[in-house]
Ligand binder design. Structure first.
Ligand code: PEP
Ligand code: MG
Length: 577
């Protein structure tokens, strides 16, 4: 465990700073992510009795199996439970333990080495079979690491299992780590790298966990040290004192106040600002409906495709989409067509060897290289729409030209879908919004990508977090250009051209005010953020939102924009946001 990598003196107060990506304040012991399990040396000899060693092997495999099953029973989603149950089955595979036992008794290897070797042979065989079996090879390697860690008395790799709540510190988190994370035990996340728009940050907001990324030095903090984490300001304090304890209490009081969201997104003058949810699955959608979301502003359909090495059938897709629609009868659900590529690669669609995947064949562009997938997806959305009363809108990600937008709209119409729009995630789309909106029904600003492309700063990089802020005045100008384009297109065509925001910017309550002031109609976010955004919007009228938007656009830096706006919204401090 990295408790050994201690550089800070135990008990000494220290303050670290990063980028706050999900609000909340907690104090708890810090636990480091367990490092990868090292391979036992080749030929590592058995010490002691072979029979006792094989018994230890069996016991370790059973303990791993039992631990995984227990976690599956506590998993927060069906998909996480399935992953854990499948891994538990592999850990309990008798053939694996038997083969390893033979290596102990016949070749005199240590149980750690024997298990490692037997599991590796198993994984290699599966890889050679190709297809689905090859994908399971990584799961065998995961089981291998877990059993070896158990034999050594170490933490299994990944998120350490504890019963008491803790703050998890890591270099960065992989989606697989976060998928099975228990938010009752892991109560905050602090990473050394990772950007504010990374999918880990998005997940933290989904789970409602305070999170700070790009915290230089967090890996040097002693494991077990008490730390204070403020996910709004990005502050991490080692050995916190009374001030931090008071801040945690204030946050607890404020979150009680924010606990109820009545579904109403409205300004103080009565202007409605519908607040929608970003979801990926039926589970998410049901939780969003329960949290009071008025509808779905972004259904990330790639979640239906992730982990697949072939395209799901039209029926499979239709079932997945229908599950989301069912959660919002009569309500708006904006479905985004597949956004594969960059940080969300798909083996059957994207080219893993591209030198710059974020600038490569991703999103809508995969239709150029793999035609047919998009049409079949639109067909599936149409089938799901037939089965529900939800008001289904469809949009394409990563649009850069008017032609692309027009062609996508044609495909939407051809599929019998009623409302077709595109995401504005590139500066090209933002500055041609008027022409785009003459051809499509609506746009939705994907501020995560729009920020990375406007600022030419990879959204995954913690070192560029400063540039990668949607508060950057250049990004705000892109948003304003989009809203102005929509207003011009509305005037020209008569029908209202709707502008939504579905990037993480919408979940920042102060920025939400600015977005409304810039002319955005609806905001879509992770359901956890709805109450805070609603509470702040209720305190301003449209004229004030416009005034604050002007101030932000004319600031000379992201910091200045943010600080100026926040200073004029005292409700933020009152609510601990
Ligand atoms: C965005 O880019 O803002 C967006 C909503 O899409 P994603 O985060 O899935 O890339
Ligand atoms: Mg995007």
């Amino acid at each position: 465990m990295s408790e050994n990598t201690v550089k800070t003196e135990a008990g000494a107060r220290d303050e670290l700073h990063g980028v706050g990506v999900s609000p909340g304040r907690v104090i708890a012991p810090l636990v480091h992510m367990a490092p990868a399990v090292s391979e036992p040396p080749e030929g590592d000899p058995l010490e002691g009795d072979p029979e006792a060693a094989t018994d230890r092997l069996k016991a370790a495999a059973l303990a791993v199996k039992a631990g995984l099953k227990e976690r599956a029973a506590r998993a927060r989603s069906e998909s996480a439970a399935e992953v854990l149950k499948a891994t538990a089955l592999m850990a309990g595979d008798k053939a694996l333990v038997k083969n390893a036992g033979k290596l102990v008794t016949e070749q005199g290897l240590s149980p750690e080495r024997a298990l490692w070797q037997a599991a590796t042979a198993y994984a290699d065989q599966m890889r050679a079979m190709g297809g689905y079996m090859a994908e399971r090879a990584a799961d065998i390697e995961d089981v291998r690491a877990r059993i070896v860690a158990e034999l050594r008395g170490e933490d299994a790799p990944g998120v350490p299992q504890r019963r008491e709540p803790f703050v998890l510190a890591a270099e960065d988190l992989a989606p697989a780590d976060t998928a099975v994370l228990d938010p009752d035990v892991v109560i905050a996340l602090v990473t050394q790298s990772g950007g504010p728009q990374s999918h880990t940050a998005i997940l933290a907001r989904n789970l409602g966990l305070p999170a700070v990324v790009a915290v230089d030095g967090v890996l040097d903090v002693a494991g077990g040290a008490s730390v204070f984490v403020d996910g709004a300001t990005g502050t991490v304090v080692v050995a916190p004192g009374d001030a931090e304890r008071d801040a945690v209490l204030a946050w607890q009081r404020a979150s009680e106040q924010l606990a109820s969201f009545d579904g109403g997104g409205v300004l103080s003058d009565g202007t409605a600002v519908p607040l929608l949810a970003n979801v990926g699955t039926g589970d998410d959608a049901r939780a969003a409906a329960e949290a009071g979301a008025e509808g779905v502003g972004l259904l990330r359909t790639e979640f239906c495709f992730l982990g697949r090495d072939s395209e799901p059938t039209v029926d499979e897709q239709a079932d997945a989409y229908a599950e989301v629609f069912e959660a919002f009868p009569g309500r708006k659900v904006v479905v985004r067509t597949l956004d594969a590529g960059a940080d969300k690669p798909l083996p059957f669609l994207t080219d893993a060897t591209e030198p710059n995947p974020a600038l490569g064949v991703r999103g809508y562009r995969t239709d150029w290289t793999t035609p047919g997938v998009l049409e079949r997806q639109l067909e599936a959305i149409g089938v799901a729409q037939q089965r529900s009363t939800a008001e289904v809108w469809v949009m394409a990600p990563m649009i850069a030209t008017v032609e692309e937008a027009a062609r996508f709209h044609d495909l939407v119409v051809a599929a019998g879908l009623r409302v077709g729009g595109v995401m504005v995630e590139t500066p090209a789309a933002a500055i041609t919004a008027e022409q785009i909106l003459e051809r499509v029904d609506f746009v939705s600003l994907g501020t995560n990508d729009l920020t990375q492309y406007t600022m030419a700063a990879d959204r995954m990089l913690g070192s560029l977090a400063e540039l990668n802020s949607p508060w950057q005045p250049a990004v705000l100008r892109m948003i304003r250009a989009t809203a102005q384009g929509a207003a011009a297109a509305t005037e020209l065509g008569g029908a209202h051209k709707h502008v939504g925001v579905c990037g993480e910017a919408a979940a920042d309550p102060a920025l939400a005010v600015v977005l409304v002031g810039l002319g955005v109609d609806t905001l879509s976010m992770s359901p956890r953020s709805l109450a805070a955004v609603a509470a702040v919007l209720r305190g301003v009228d449209l004229a004030e939102a416009r005034r604050l938007a002007e101030l932000a656009v004319h600031a000379t830096s992201a910091h200045e924009a943010k600080d100026t706006v926040r200073a004029q919204l005292p409700v933020l401090a009152e609510l601990g946001l």
